[in-house]
Design a protein around this ligand. Structure first.
Ligand SMILES: Nc1nc2c(ncn2[C@@H]2O[C@H](COP(=O)(O)OP(=O)(O)OP(=O)(O)O)[C@@H](O)[C@H]2O)c(=O)[nH]1
Ligand SMILES: [Mg+2]
Length: 249
């Protein structure tokens, strides 16, 4: 490829597998898929979207089937599970079926805007990063729609973790990231925590295992449709896991 004026290059064989775990996201799913198609179909990138629905009672899977009819079975891949088995194992399940050499993980509730995906891809290609992490805490990044309490919790969690673990990434609890697939597999294998803290452990292990991490500023918008699940028990779990990581890494 003649690329003298380009400062990065996407190899033709590169493929991006986008993992979308869903639980009760029937309103959000068509919008997120439409946005992904809008921002990626116009690009040259080869990609697939893998929807991992955990038996959502709201019928998210039926919506996903409709979307597969519209966009085709090579672009939209359905890998549902019978019941709610948690986000951590949803990724493990999804990555098994990923045919790309890169994996992008994002939430399906519109908190993560697909417009940032090309930025992740470009930065990765430019610097050959092992991981590119979206960050709400650098540059133009930010959070919209959170109340003070939630902002404080997120900031606090990040701050305490920065202090204790010095992970070398600014947004630890976010989950909008791009990984080389083999790197993601190794990270998943080395992670011990489940639940909310999983994202944080992934980035801390990445640093530990000397993987290179790039960051892209992202804006994060709180979910409009559907219910939020962050409660007191998640916070307790987070603190416990943080202390565990501090003690063991
Ligand atoms: N497959 C699967 N997906 C899940 C599960 N729990 C959550 N999700 C999805 O994972 C993504 C992140 O979950 P969220 O509920 O948005 O978690 P959060 O962003 O921390 O909290 P809120 O947005 O405030 O509810 C969303 O796309 C959810 O639909 C699960 O057990 N299984
Ligand atoms: Mg969310």
């Amino acid at each position: 490829m003649a690329s003298s004026e380009m400062d990065f290059e996407i190899t033709k064989s590169d493929k991006y597998s986008i993992l979308l775990p869903t639980y009760n996201e029937k309103e959000n799913l068509p919008i997120i898929i439409w946005l992904i198609m809008k921002y990626l179909d116009s690009s040259e990138y080869d990609f697939e979207v893998i929807i991992i629905d955990d038996g959502s009672p709201d019928g998210t899977l039926d919506v996903a089937k409709q979307l597969q009819k519209i966009y085709g079975p090579t672009k939209i891949i359905l890998r549902p599970r019978e019941r709610k088995l948690g986000l951590g194992t949803a990724y493990i399940h999804g990555i098994k079926h990923a045919t790309g050499n890169f994996v992008i993980i994002m939430d399906a509730d519109l908190s993560h805007h697909p417009k940032f995906i090309p930025k992740f891809i470009e930065l990765q290609a430019k610097k050959d990063y092992d991981v590119v992490s979206g960050s709400r805490y650098i540059g133009d990044g930010g959070v919209y729609g959170w109340d003070f309490k939630r902002k404080l919790i997120s900031r606090g969690a990040n701050f305490v973790t920065q202090l204790l673990l010095r992970p070398g990434a600014s947004d630890l609890t976010g989950s909008f990231r791009l990984y080389k697939k083999d790197v993601l597999q190794k990270l998943i294998d080395s992670c011990v925590s489940k639940g909310y803290v999983f994202q944080m452990e992934m980035i801390i292990r990445a640093r530990q295992l000397k993987y290179t991490i790039g960051e892209v500023p992202i804006t994060f918008v709180d979910r409009v449709y559907g219910e939020s699940k962050l409660g007191g028990s998640e916070i307790v779990q987070f603190v416990k896991s943080l202390l565990y990581l501090f003690a063991t890494t």
